[in-house]
Design a protein around this ligand. Structure first.
Ligand code: PLP
Length: 405
């Protein structure tokens, strides 16, 4: 592997990691984003802010989540020790709540009582609605009409929790269109409204602040593995949609060159454009992922030769997005992190393996990391350890998997 000189990963004051990130937005969004940046910068230096964040994560979300030594997956790999970081045990079933709590605290600091958010499969929508309930904030969720049909149960869940769910009928009626609509609402109502974005993407400061709220995963995991194994892991493996659970796990280990950082993208059902969501993998060939702008940030984007955003496919809605967070683009180009892909079929195989061997049904998103992790474990000695981020639980996916049988 290429030797990397990256030992830390802070963006410059305009939110650039190298050429990636930044803020490619219409004039009307500049002032709201500046306001948010200012408030976040202040909050970041305020011990009281982090004290309340930690307290809510502990008492409401159930943190710290365990680091589980997966003995039977380890036996299956027959080499390095496999540990699972159990984000699936967070309240509402995934890591998304960490970010939702952090941003809701920011919204409250800013005196905003109306929250808008996008959602694809509904996981971020459910986390946001839940946190709004806890803080007594009004909550509006934009969701593609197509996604609403596919994820009817999550729509019901959000409504039960008190959110207004607004269908988006533009474009392909999915996540990308929901983000556009949420930005539009925010610009119109910025005086009392906060946009609670769901992953480490979008214009500055979102990629930075989402990462800071998800870093808790890596901070805990570092302490836990040092106490369980007595040394650092050889590899961290996490699925990458927008990139928030992975950057949260990776970030506290960036300065440890002995730790491989491995992101797993959705390989979908085929290599051709439109059949996957692997932004790093089809560069140039067949018009796949290359550097471009989507939703206000410069990163790798799946697009056709004319720069039109490509359709994507993944068996897991949470990985089904045409761009990737800018910090990942930077870590990729600098050689500090590696990105591989797992197909729909491998994700299903990982889903079943984890259920059968460990009694844990992982989200289909997280399932993408399992088979690659077994492969990595097989290349390492028994005395080494690796950590797989189990970003969410699979209850939401059981019906989909049942229908495939
Ligand atoms: C949303 C989601 C993801 C993908 O989002 P990231 O920002 O890349 O983490 C992964 N796993 C689960 C369980 C999710 O809900």
């Amino acid at each position: 592997m290429q030797r990397s000189t990256i030992t830390a990963s802070e963006p410059d004051e305009n939110g650039h990691w190298g050429k990636f990130g930044g803020r490619y937005v219409p004039e009307t969004l500049v002032a709201p984003l500046d306001g948010l940046t200012k408030e976040f910068t202040r909050a970041r230096q305020d011990p009281d802010f982090w004290r309340e964040f930690d307290q809510r994560l502990r008492d409401y979300c159930g943190r710290p989540t365990p680091l589980f030594h997966a003995h039977r997956l380890t036996a299956h790999a027959a080499r390095a020790q496999v540990y699972l970081k159990r984000e699936d045990l967070c309240h509402t079933g995934s890591h998304k709540i960490n970010n939702a709590v952090g941003q809701a605290l920011l919204a409250r600091r800013m005196g905003k009582h109306r929250i808008v958010a996008e959602t694809g499969a509904g996981q971020h929508g459910v986390a946001t609605t839940t946190v709004c309930g806890m803080f007594g904030l009004q909550c509006i969720i934009y969701m593609g009409a197509e996604d609403m049909q596919r994820q009817a149960l999550n729509v019901f869940r959000m409504r039960l929790l008190g959110a207004e769910v607004i269908p988006v009928n533009a474009g392909t009626r999915t996540l990308k269109d929901a983000i556009n609509e949420t930005l539009r609402d925010w610009v119109t109502n910025v005086h009392d409204t906060y946009y609670l974005l769901g992953s480490a993407l979008g214009p500055h400061p979102y990629p930075l602040l989402v990462r800071e709220f998800q870093r808790v995963i890596g901070r805990e995991a570092r302490e836990q593995i040092l106490s369980a194994a007595g040394k650092l892991p050889r590899a961290l493996i996490a699925c990458v949609g927008g990139g928030s659970n992975s950057i949260g796990l990776f970030h506290p280990f960036i300065g440890d060159p002995s730790v491989r950082l491995v992101g797993v993208e959705a390989g979908g059902r085929a290599d051709s454009l439109g059949q996957h969501a692997a932004r790093f993998h089809s560069a140039a060939a067949s018009g796949g992922g290359c550097v471009g702008v989507l939703h206000g940030t410069m990163s790798y984007v799946l697009q056709n030769e004319d720069g039109q955003i490509a359709n994507t496919h993944s068996i897991s809605a949470g990985l089904d997005y045409a761009a990737i967070g800018p910090e990942h683009a930077y870590l990729h180009d600098g050689g500090r992190a590696e990105y591989i892909r797992a197909s729909d079929g491998e994700a299903l195989e990982g889903f079943r393996l984890c259920a059968e061997l460990e009694g844990i049904i992982p989200a289909l998103e997280s399932s993408h990391a399992i088979i690659p992790a077994i492969r990595i474990a097989r290349e390492l000695p028994q005395s080494d350890a690796i950590i797989v981020n189990l970003s969410g639980r699979g209850d939401k996916d059981v019906q989909l998997v049942a229908e495939l049988n």
